[in-house]
Design a protein. Structure first.
Length: 316
């Protein structure tokens, strides 16, 4: 997991020495917006945008879910990187279709030749101006949620205005404690940093399980953006984070309310086809050699997301 420095690739891991062993995630470097406005630089047009993702990455997974749920599959093409990420960062199993590049960092320097920062996915690319619109997943899913509605006719709203404050409140709780919390455990390089993240993570999961015993979803009686942002971490938890990231106080299977909620979201129309457990396990266990130097990918665990979830009787 390297980075670009003034357009030059460097194979360097995260610097945790300067943060007392704590993993600190860098902010996204491209924060433009596709908007359905006359003066917008990036307008919603069919075939104009290309999405680069990893099937293993929870942040990229969010964008794949919204691409499915908002009927954007026929309008926004996708390229999937290899599950293996080594000294050159994210790579393509075969040259990607737009420029025949072999590595994701080449996409970044195509957009900005002197780019400095981590090379991450997802990336939303604009074919018209040959640049990156955004590499911030939370903003890409909001673009997908609202800005292409006239093109698709799909007006399903996962971020309704009346629920903004509640959704944002849950996002602000879930992101540091759970979404990024598992990485703060897994990438910590001191016992103190690890235990701090571990305590926050499982305290948050306990609170979440209690809430889901009384509420079918995070907000109100309908699925929102907040649920999908949480889902992509939960679906990876037992297969990867319990063992690989040492998040082993409990499994999601041990939380009866969270497990039922997870299965309901997995069974939501069009969602399960975005989940690739082979890619998920292969990427983490094969790519993070500082954590798993043997690169052995576990054969287990047995996961059951398809059985009945019995969430219909949860109070709304």
């Amino acid at each position: 997991m390297g980075k670009l420095v003034e357009g030059v690739w460097h194979d360097v891991w995260y610097d945790t020495k300067s943060s007392n062993g704590k993993f600190i995630r860098e902010d996204a470097g491209f924060r433009n917006w596709v908007a359905n406005k006359p003066d917008a630089m990036f307008k919603p047009e069919s075939g104009r945008y290309h999405l680069y993702v990893s099937l293993a990455c929870p942040w990229a997974h969010r964008t794949l879910i919204f691409r499915q749920l908002k009927d954007l599959v026929d309008h926004i093409d996708v390229t999937v990187v290899s599950p293996d990420m080594h000294d050159k960062g994210w790579q393509f199993d075969t040259p990607e279709p737009l420029f025949q590049f072999d590595f994701m960092h080449q996409i970044y320097t195509k957009a900005k030749s002197d780019y400095t920062g981590r090379v991450t996915v997802p990336v939303l690319w604009d074919k018209k101006t040959n640049t990156i619109v955004s590499n911030e997943s939370s903003e890409i899913i909001r673009m997908f949620n609202s800005e292409f509605n006239e093109l698709t006719g799909n007006t399903t709203d996962f971020y309704p205005e009346t629920l903004h404050s509640q959704i944002d409140e849950w996002n602000d709780f879930v992101y540091p404690n759970i979404n990024n919390g598992v990485y703060r455990c897994g990438f910590a390089t001191t016992q103190e940093a690890y235990e701090e993240a571990f305590t926050s993570l499982f305290s948050a999961l306990d609170k979440l399980d209690d809430h889901l015993g009384r509420s079918r979803y995070l907000v109100s009686d309908t699925v929102t953006e907040a649920d999908w942002r949480l889902f992509t971490t939960l679906i990876r938890f037992d297969a990867v984070y319990v063992g690989h990231f040492k998040c082993n106080q409990k499994r999601i299977q041990d939380y009866s309310n969270i497990q039922g909620y997870l299965k309901e979201l997995y069974q939501y129309p069009k969602v399960k086809e975005t989940v690739d457990m082979y890619h998920i396990k292969r990427h983490y266990y094969n790519s993070h050699t500082s954590i798993n130097p043997t690169q052995i990918v576990p054969a287990g665990p047995i996961l059951d997301f398809d059985s009945p979830h019995y969430r219909d009787d949860i109070s709304r």
